[in-house]
Design a protein around this ligand. Sequence first.
Ligand code: MN
Ligand code: MN
Length: 264
Amino acid sequence: MRNHKIGLQGILFDAKSSFMQGSALAPPQIRKAYNSHSANYYSESGMELTPDIWSDMGDFKIKDYFEIEAITDNNLTKEHAMITLGGDHSITYPILKAVYNSYGRVNILHIDAHSDLYDEFEGDKFSHACPLARIMEEKLANRLVQVGIRTLSTHQKEQAEKFDVEIIAMKDFNSESIPKFDAPIYISLDIDALDPAYAPGVSHHEPGGLSTRQVLQIIQNIAVPIIGADIVEYNPTRDINGVTAMVCAKFLKEIAARIIANST
Ligand code: MN
Ligand code: MN
């Protein structure tokens, strides 16, 4: 195996979650599942991703939402990709600001039940229902592709048109429907994209979602460099026997394997 490191940070923050709290507890639980003796460190492609692949910056308890950009800026280095464990989905906007500071505009592959394009939600422009609206409005991304969406309101549909968002709605999903990227991407993975049957540990149970296997196929089919990723909205207080933590840990491992395989 090539000697690659991948950055890792945990953002302990769920103050912008509109319906329930709990996702701030996720990062240590995902780490624990990753290192659980019930599994090994091999990806499905046969790459061994032992803990020494991580340049692990640790978990950060956030008091003020606006600290997240500076913390990420500090932890981010262009020498390697970085994965963030959330936290509610609001963290993706300050993270993308930090990514923009290092990389300029990126392409985003956003996997979620929700498009998170509200201009504001319950009076808050930084709610976890809004991060992709902020990102597109500030032109932090060249292209936004959303997969798994099954809750589009009229307002969010208008927002998607305004920002030229490419939406692969869940009702139209098949493994060929994901557009091909021709430039490096950032992956934002909201665990509620999955059907609650596969991942009950989320704040918003939205039936009719992706299977664990379908998300793995999406990750494994990525053919361009991945500059970073986040795994957000895992809520341990809603989990059953830690099954969702294991799903998050599996995605962490498979994204890491894809980052390494696609880097030159
Ligand atoms: Mn989301
Ligand atoms: Mn969601």
